[in-house]
Design a protein around this ligand. Structure first.
Ligand code: SF4
Ligand code: SF4
Length: 65
């Protein structure tokens, strides 16, 4: 299973990923950065494709801490 990871220091909190996620796995934490609920994420890559800052990567779960 793949999971999305977000470079939160580069995230501009635009909310695009939150809107597109079919699993509602992403929330904008305190309006500052996006956070992924890895239990909900199914690795569909929709968030990765829409992120204007290119700070989302979908990777194999084994490398997600
Ligand atoms: S990979 Fe898919 S399920 Fe996971 S956070 Fe991104 S949009 Fe949501
Ligand atoms: S789409 Fe990218 S820049 Fe926008 S909130 Fe999500 S991770 Fe941050």
């Amino acid at each position: 299973m793949k999971k999305a990871i977000i470079n939160q220091t580069e995230c501009v909190a635009c909310g695009a990923c939150e809107k597109v996620c079919p699993r509602k796995a992403i929330t904008i934490f305190h309006g500052i950065y996006a956070d992924v609920n890895k239990d909900l994420c199914v690795g569909c890559k929709k968030c990765e494709k829409v992120c204007p800052a290119s700070v989302i990567q979908v990777v194999q779960k084994e490398v997600v801490s």
